[in-house]
Write a protein that binds this ligand. Structure first.
Ligand SMILES: [Mn+2]
Length: 357
């Protein structure tokens, strides 16, 4: 599997006339090598090197059999070590990840790579990561399965007097207890008027009858994230709550029906946004419709006004319209889907009709 990914990376480098790349973003390092300890990679047309220190040597050899493992020494700059290895290869240039190398590291790298041009790149491996293979899809499916189960579980805990933090903790405990390696991101629980905060962190606020409760959470299974949101109501919803909920649900339905291979991210966003705007809540939907999910919780492609690229089979994205009204509350409904040729496969199995507890 790693050999295939190394070859795709090499193809990409040669397309861009790059002789090699230093990979320092942890998710990219893991994607290309299978190594999830601390270190960095250098991939050229001839060599695949993994630099790490004593703590991870054994792990690196086991996780990355396709790489030559080079041990870093405390007394020598890692970039000096890297430059020494590259010397004999006659590279004209070496790419690095602009988003993932500090200015200090960049300057150090440059100072040791005499005669080799150091070139900033952005999103090169991230682009390879957008289309998931079967193994990756299986991890994401399992990850979302755990997340769906956690939603079913938490419904039994929502009652008057329980705090947002209690609910978040219970979700997180359940996720870890049910086979996840961890959480995909900080759990969001926002209740009552606080549900107008798209990313409301759980607080000690006690849930009360009549509250909207927005729950946004996800597991990480074998490095792969999942992501879902549901808004439920404690007791009987009022007319305004029902109206907003129905609009968000319909916006999501339209986007899910529209989505398929070949459509642009921004056009999917527009389908949901136009509907919400038409209903008079355009200003209350201030974020993008969705994002890619994989090794990272937010990755390419984007389903937003900036999403210029066509969606392709094997991409995994969220579809999550919302309406947020200050001093009133908000609703978001989020599913995780795989793009297929003529539509999408929805991985989120939790119900979407408004749940009244
Ligand atoms: Mn999301």
């Amino acid at each position: 599997m790693n050999l295939e990914r190394i070859s795709s990376l090499r193809r990409k480098l040669s397309e861009k006339d790059l002789d090699g790349i230093l990979v320092s973003r942890p998710e990219n390092q893991y994607y290309v090598s299978g190594f999830d300890g601390e270190g960095f990679l250098v991939v050229t047309s001839e060599r695949a090197l993994l630099f790490t220190d004593f703590r991870y040597i054994e792990q690196a050899k086991k996780e990355s059999p396709d790489f030559e493992v080079v041990e870093l020494e405390a007394a020598v700059s890692p970039f000096k070590k890297c430059a020494d290895e590259l010397k004999s290869l006659g590279l004209r240039n070496l790419a690095f990840e602009g988003h993932y190398l500090t200015v200090k590291s960049y300057e150090e790298l440059k100072s040791f790579l005499d005669g080799i041009e150091v070139i900033k790149t952005d999103g090169l491996i991230e682009e390879l990561r957008t289309r998931k293979d079967e193994v990756e899809l299986e991890m994401i499916r399992k990850s979302q399965e755990i997340t769906d189960k956690a939603f079913e579980h938490i419904l039994n805990y929502i009652r008057p007097g329980v705090t947002e933090s209690d609910l978040a903790l219970e979700i997180e405990y359940f996720i870890k207890k049910n086979g996840a390696d961890g959480l995909a991101f900080h759990t969001i629980v926002a209740s009552g008027p606080r549900s107008s905060l798209p990313h409301g962190r759980p607080t000690s606020r006690k849930i009360q009858p009549g509250d909207f409760i927005t729950l946004d959470f996800g597991a990480k299974f074998n490095h792969y994230c999942s992501d879902m949101t549901r808004t439920v109501v404690l007791g009987k919803p009022n007319k305004d709550q029902l109206e907003i909920y129905r609009i968000v649900l319909e916006a999501q339905k339209r986007a899910l029906e529209y989505i398929k291979s070949g459509v642009l991210g921004k056009d999917v966003d527009k389908v949901a946004r136009d509907f919400i705007e038409e209903k008079g809540f355009g200003r209350n939907f201030g974020h993008g419709l969705g994002h890619g999910v994989g090794l990272e919780i937010h990755e390419a492609p984007r389903l937003s006004q900036k999403g210029e690229n066509p969606l392709l089979p094997g991409m995994v994205v969220t579809v999550e319209p919302g309406i947020y009204i200050e001093n009133f509350g908000g609703v978001r409904i989020e599913d995780l889907v795989i793009i297929v040729e003529d539509g999408c496969t929805n991985l989120t199995k939790s119900p979407k009709d408004l749940i009244c507890l």
